[in-house]
Design a protein around this ligand. Structure first.
Ligand code: FES
Length: 107
């Protein structure tokens, strides 16, 4: 299992065990984490799974694809340097313990 820490906009922290190979969006949905919607089901078509990756972890992720880059222009909450689509981040040992912050709004 891979530890993922989701931090809500109000500072509430939820630590969950993610299955390797499953996206952080899907993990949040199945674990009942509020603040990630995942409207398109993970095909990088909605930007409602927007997260701000903790600065300590951002460099450990693979770079954004062109599709993710484009979709991040459509987020409801402001895009930042550490913005990512959580449906495009796959849980794996290299990100065990990752911390992601949810934006104030997704829709
Ligand atoms: S779930 Fe739609 S872009 Fe991630």
């Amino acid at each position: 299992m891979v530890k993922v820490v989701y931090v809500a906009d109000d500072g509430t922290r939820n630590e969950v065990d993610a299955q390797p190979g499953i996206s952080l969006m899907q993990t949040a949905i199945t674990q009942g984490i509020d603040g990630i919607v995942g409207e398109c089901g993970g095909s990088a078509m909605c930007a409602t799974c927007h997260v701000y990756v903790d600065p300590d972890w951002i460099d450990r992720l693979p770079p954004r694809s062109d599709v993710e880059e484009e979709m991040l222009e459509c987020t409801v909450s402001a895009r930042k340097d550490n913005s990512r689509l959580s449906c495009q981040i796959t849980a794996g040992p290299e990100i065990d313990g990752i911390v992601v912050h949810m934006p104030p709004e997704q829709i």
